[in-house]
Design a protein around this ligand. Structure first.
Ligand SMILES: [Fe+2]
Length: 364
């Protein structure tokens, strides 16, 4: 299956085509959503007519209800024609929700009500939404979901709707070249986790298993070099992440993602780091499914495959536990209650609350 199309464009230097790929009728009032770092980098003017755009910088953290509300406040009642999100998965997720919110502002009265599931979304038609990733990690540019945190309760949800699919996902690996090393590590581990969880998910199909397996092998082989700054490895990471993203949009994820959400929101742990810590443990719980996949991919056993992941994680300086985050036993109930997402239900082995408590006791 060729994942690239009119809507998903991949290639070094692709950012220079961005403006021409936005249909003319959507170029009248364009808003750019970026991280503070990118806004101040001076790079946007290389490929965008920034003087004619409004640029909104958002904090480099997972989007919260109030962050999306602030984007809406800044734009006010204006009817913008396009929203372009350039950044890591958090900026892109914030953009996905803002685009829907702005377009349907007469129907969606508050982001909180949307978060609480009070609205049935209409397809997005009026605002063109483009996503350009600057990290190789979440695959957010090609997925139909966005992760958002309730600032008040710390509950993190993955909201899913096809109107969140970008009209244009433009993946230019060169945009990832100056990504901070610790973000290369965390986002790469997210990509790795997404790929292998999709490959063994209960919902995976032959096609998504094949795509996710290819993505997994590419990330496993290239993440360490990408972390060391190798540009060719970064190109492959960008490709593999997109491939994995297209796969898991259909094939689903697993318990590492299910648990990473409440653990991450509880202590503000980067999503990729939380996934990286959890992955080994979740794969050991799913050893039967991992053994089968390992055989298909040419590993001697599931354990050998897991050991390769552990060696990579160690080289990236990511721990195998959450002890430094001071998660207490009284937090376990919050985690067990808020991990029951679609990802959790795709995990090969059904995890009961007591299984989750046992795992948390071991790793917290
Ligand atoms: Fe993820």
């Amino acid at each position: 299956m060729n994942i690239f199309s009119e809507n998903i464009v991949f290639g070094c230097g692709g950012r220079f085509q961005l403006w021409s790929k936005i249909p003319e009728k959507f170029r009248s009032d364009v808003v750019l959503l970026v991280s503070e770092r990118l806004k101040n980098s001076g790079k946007l003017s290389d490929f965008l007519p920034i003087d004619s755009l409004e640029i909104i910088a958002v904090p480099s953290m997972e989007p919260t209800i109030s962050m999306v509300e602030k984007v809406r406040e800044k734009i006010g009642s204006r009817e913008i024609s396009a929203l372009i999100a350039i950044g890591g998965g958090s900026v892109i997720d914030c953009g996905k929700m803002a685009a829907i919110y702005l377009e349907q502002s007469n129907k969606i009265h508050s982001m909180r009500e949307y978060f609480e599931g009070k609205y049935q979304l209409q397809p997005r038609e009026r605002i063109f939404f483009a996503a350009l990733p600057t990290t190789a990690g979440t695959g957010a540019e090609v997925t139909n979901n966005a992760v958002i945190i309730d600032d008040v309760t710390a509950v993190k949800k993955s909201l899913r709707d096809d109107s969140m699919i970008a009209d244009l996902a433009l993946i230019d690996p060169e945009l990832t070249y100056d990504c901070l090393q610790k973000i290369v590590a965390a986002s790469g581990l997210d990509s790795l986790t997404q790929a292998i969880e999709c490959a063994i998910s209960r919902k995976t199909t032959c096609e998504t298993r094949r795509m996710a397996s290819e993505a997994f092998l590419k990330v496993l082989a290239n993440l360490e070099s990408a972390y060391s700054g190798d540009k060719e490895a970064k190109n492959i990471m960008a490709y593999a992440t997109t491939l994995g993203g297209v796969a898991f949009r259909i094939g689903g994820l697993g318990a590492a993602h299910g648990l990473a959400h409440p653990i991450g929101s509880l202590r503000h742990i980067a999503h990729g780091e939380a996934c990286g810590i959890l992955l080994e443990h979740i794969l050991r719980i799913n050893i039967e499914a991992v053994d089968k996949l390992a055989g298909e991919l040419g590993f001697a056993s599931g354990n050998e495959l897991i050991e390769k992941i552990v060696a990579l994680r160690n080289k990236l300086g990511v721990s195998d536990n959450f002890r430094k985050y001071d998660i207490k036993q009284e937090d376990f109930a919050f985690i067990a209650k808020n991990c029951r997402s679609g990802s959790m239900s795709c995990n090969p082995v059904a995890m009961r609350d007591e299984d989750i408590y046992e795992l948390l006791t071991k790793i917290c």
